[in-house]
Design a protein around this ligand. Structure first.
Ligand SMILES: [Ca+2]
Ligand SMILES: [Ca+2]
Length: 442
């Protein structure tokens, strides 16, 4: 038996899913019980003695701001959704397939890990969108949902940028015929060796410890300068490349105008994938070069020195810009991390499931205009829940927003991180509600 409570002289505005006419007020309640997604009714007695019933897909519990005075109207709400807080109500409005009703939205946490762009694409495939959050209790509701996923601690490596190089990175530009091709079953950036290359936005990583890492497959014959990633036109900053003669180099120029670090080492394979990592460890005052997780070379760097910055706005994948020479082969998962990784940590970053999990994607972003945050459904940003000192656009490279699992607060972070995501969509009337049914009782 579903119980209803009544309130005279008010009505819930903005949530009417259908209006029906009935012979007496109690039949409005029956109609609500039998209507999927109905949680309350506005009843109005007509002069004929009949009544109109406005069936609402929300309640004054979920949307208290929409309960308005209305003369001659009676508001009826299902008892199940009355007098409960967000935390208590969360499972009362559970729908099939992990969706939860909140006000006029359906919300679901997807635990699989995606970049922000991939997550948004997944939403759009099901006619949905990354969630927008407009109120404190809505934020609280969603942070409750995050209890469904387990965290792996907060000692996360600070991923500044991660380009998968599979065609989903919106800020990677292909130049002179660079393409994305399937290679060994994985979509990768393909450069033919005759001018094709790609660019990323410049990333400010010079003044902290950092790691530049990528998967590479050089195709024979190997070009003399097979540049993996660089900013190497005057005034140069850094370069990571392979020679046709067989070694790898990590070079840079420091704030004292010295070519430091400068490491030439190793023997990368040809026609086979390898993993390269160039590291500047500012605590140990040492630069390192890793091949397939093994340290192959080091170079001491001066205490307090750092990579000299310039005003270049893009960096190059596959191009040694001063010489105009390009790499022949495939690249994948170019990552910049704001600390010096160990060999074991290098092994972990190649597996997205080992990246520590501290939050989930919501829709908020400042991808279009730096510092101007917006929701993907164009709702106005009327409510925010930033964590302390956020948003900080750290490394000039944080344009997507995660909700942190531990406190439910927001932090701008790199869009290329792979996180679970929260989705919202509009209810469809064909969805069956898992709630008690039966005739109403007062
Ligand atoms: Ca930003
Ligand atoms: Ca941030």
């Amino acid at each position: 038996m579903t119980k209803f409570v009544k309130q005279e002289g008010v009505a819930l505005e903005n949530h009417v899913i259908t209006t029906v006419t009935a012979t007496e007020p109690v039949k409005c309640s029956w109609q609500c019980v039998d209507t999927p997604l109905c949680f309350s009714v506005n009843v109005k007695i007509l002069q004929t003695g009949w009544v109109t019933c406005e069936l609402n897909n929300s309640s004054k519990t979920a949307d208290p701001q929409d309960l308005m005075p209305r003369a001659g109207s009676q508001y009826q709400q299902m008892m199940e959704v009355d007098h409960c807080t967000v935390g208590e109500c969360i499972y009362k409005d559970a729908l099939p397939d992990g969706w939860y009703k909140f006000g006029s939205k359906l919300i679901k946490l997807f635990p699989e890990r995606r970049t922000w762009g991939q997550a948004r694409h997944s939403c759009q495939l099901i006619g949905a969108e990354l969630v927008s959050i407009n109120r404190e209790d809505e934020n609280e509701f969603i942070s409750h949902l995050l209890g469904q996923i387990k965290t792996k601690g907060k000692d996360s490596n600070q991923i500044i940028a991660h380009w998968i190089l599979d065609g989903t990175d919106s800020d990677v530009s292909l130049i002179n015929g660079a393409t994305y091709e399937e290679e060994d079953g994985v979509k990768s950036l393909y450069l033919s060796g005759s001018g094709a290359h790609a660019t990323t936005p410049a990333v400010d990583f010079g003044k902290t410890s950092f790691t530049i890492a990528s998967w590479v497959k050089l195709q024979s014959p190997v070009n003399y300068y097979s540049t993996i990633y660089s900013d190497w036109s005057h005034p140069v900053k850094f370069i990571v490349y392979a020679y046709s003669s067989g070694s790898l180099r990590f070079g840079g120029i420091n704030n004292k105008e010295q070519f430091k670090p400068w490491i030439t080492a190793g023997s990368p394979p040809i026609d086979k994938w390898f993993h390269v990592a160039a590291i500047w460890d500012r605590n140990a005052n040492e630069a390192r070069l890793f091949l397939d997780g093994q340290k192959i070379g080091t170079d001491p760097v001066d205490n307090g020195s750092y990579l000299k910055d310039n005003s270049h706005s893009v960096y190059d994948i596959g191009l040694k810009r001063d010489a105009g020479v390009t790499l022949r082969g495939y690249l994948r998962d170019l990552t910049i991390i704001g600390n010096a990784l160990t060999g074991e940590e290098l092994a972990n970053i190649t597996d997205p499931n080992k990246e520590p999990l501290d939050g989930v994607w919501i829709g908020l972003n400042d991808v279009s205009t730096e510092g101007t945050f917006c929701w993907p459904d164009d709702t106005h940003v009327t409510y925010t829940k930033w964590a302390s000192n956020q948003p900080d656009n750290q490394y000039d490279y944080q344009d997507c927003v995660e909700m942190t699992i531990d406190e439910g607060a927001w932090d701008d972070t790199s869009c290329g991180r792979q996180l679970p995501f929260v989705v919202k969509r509009k209810p469809k009337l064909s969805i069956n509600l898992n709630r008690p049914s039966g005739k109403p009782e007062f």
